[in-house]
Write a protein that binds this ligand. Sequence first.
Ligand code: C2E
Ligand code: CA
Ligand code: CA
Ligand code: CA
Length: 274
Amino acid sequence: AKARGRNGFSFYAPSMTGEGVERLRLETFLRRSIEKEEIFLNYQPQVEIDTGRLVGVEALVRWNHPELGLIPPIRFIPLAEDTGFINQLGKWVLHEACRQMVRWQEAGLHVPKIAVNLSAKQFERGSIVNMVADILHDTGLEPERLQLEVTESVIMNTGDAMVFINDLHSIGVALAIDDFGTGYSSLAYLKQLPVQTLKIDRSFIKDISTDVNDEAIAIAIIQLGKSMNLSVIAEGVETEEQAAFLLRHGCNLAQGYFYSRPLAADDMLSRWQK
Ligand code: C2E
Ligand code: CA
Ligand code: CA
Ligand code: CA
């Protein structure tokens, strides 16, 4: 056997645990994922509860790696944020989402609006407003039909987020607060920001008919939205009971498996073109 150093070190860095290696591998793959055309979008319908009418879709990114298979966004979005790749990825997602709206339109499906998630790191770049404006110009999508989703933590923890959000509003883009009620936040930003929509987080919807606290929170968010003239949409609606509860309490917009799982672009056509 080869002699080991006094501290027992061997030839490999001892910090390279299995997990570290795995992460590095994923990172390397991720960096090439766009050019290799492994990234694509799914679209989850947003509907009016009382009529079942389609009011929009949320674009959700997917990564299908030839060896690793389908990797969920909770595994690669944080990695993309840590490595800075999120800027490239976020731009691709936004471009593809806007392009898809035009393709559906040409194929005879009118989707009123598309929601796209933004991560905090994309605001740190500074040039987000120009990027969005360029993409809208390039694709010809009307700004009013694009809604950007940001979480409360993006707003609270990003230095210039307020400025960028006002700029985005000035070019006509709509804004939704994602996962509303789950972050640390003061509600004061709501009256300062040009927000149109609150999304009630799935965690409050899940046990809505059995947990009195979740019920109280959901009702409070609906009331807050109403009194501030904002539209409120519930996410993660999985049952008819949840939908009925929401409607009864004045929330007429929902997104969730009860209505539809996220769909491939073509399946949107076959499912919603009537
Ligand atoms: P999110 O923005 O809160 O998106 C909603 C998530 O809930 C999606 O998971 C969706 O598939 C899932 N979902 C929808 N309806 C139901 C339901 O009825 N029941 C259950 N159990 N789940 C439901 P997904 O697609 O895995 O995305 C997870 C998260 O990854 C998103 O949470 C968002 O934070 C992030 N993400 C996804 N796409 C993007 C993107 O393009 N950019 C950025 N920055 N983040 C993204
Ligand atoms: Ca979202
Ligand atoms: Ca959400
Ligand atoms: Ca959520």
